[in-house]
Design a protein around this ligand. Structure first.
Ligand SMILES: [Zn+2]
Length: 102
């Protein structure tokens, strides 16, 4: 897995970006769908689970996310994609049980 901090999500993971945008539109989250490609990769998830390819798109919180935090559980064909949103911005892209991150 190559998670390079600072790259845009659209550049780093073009296939995932297209998929996330489509899944978000299906949920009626058009503004978030438009934002996906322009997000910046902040860092990889530090959990080290081998089924986890999650990454942050903002600095991880010191402890739990506070007010204004919610999740969107998407319905991809493969694995699980869950987004953490804080103040209408995607801050963490949970990518679980997926073969590749592209
Ligand atoms: Zn993880």
């Amino acid at each position: 897995m190559d998670i390079i901090p600072g790259r845009s999500v659209g550049e780093a993971f073009p296939e995932l970006t297209v998929e996330l945008a489509a899944l978000l539109r299906r949920e009626g989250e058009d503004a978030l769908a438009i934002s996906v490609g322009g997000l910046r990769v902040h860092s990889a998830c530090s959990c080290r689970d081998d089924f986890c390819k999650s990454f942050y798109t903002a600095a991880p919180p010191d402890g739990a996310y506070g007010d204004g935090h919610w999740n969107i559980m998407l319905e991809p064909v493969e694995g699980m994609l869950i987004l953490d949103i804080v103040d209408d911005e995607i801050v963490f892209v949970e990518v679980l049980y997926r073969e590749r991150l592209t």
